[in-house]
Design a protein around this ligand. Structure first.
Ligand code: SF4
Length: 86
């Protein structure tokens, strides 16, 4: 049986590193109903950037996800123990 290959999101065409904002998910929000509005996305990212659980400016230590990617999706939440931050 062939195993699905996991690809690092930081290595795909939709995610890139930038100077001031560590990672930008380059997608048109109108194309995907599961993508949050830009304002909500920025609020989420700001929470992450101020969070003690952010590692290397990119990754949540609780989910292991790139926050700039995870924060884009309506069906995702913040996994901060005890109380979600977004
Ligand atoms: S715990 Fe929540 S706010 Fe903190 S880095 Fe993870 S997703 Fe962001």
């Amino acid at each position: 049986m062939m195993r699905e290959r996991n690809v690092c999101k930081g290595c795909t065409g939709n995610v890139s590193t930038m100077n001031s904002e560590p990672i930008i998910y380059d997608s048109d929000p109108s194309l995907d109903e599961n993508i949050v509005e830009e304002e909500q996305y920025k609020r989420r990212l700001n929470q992450c950037l101020a969070c003690s659980s952010l590692q290397n400016g990119t990754t949540c230590i609780h989910s292991g996800a790139l926050v700039a990617f995870r924060a884009r999706f309506r069906d995702k939440d913040c996994p901060f123990p005890g109380k979600s931050k977004w």
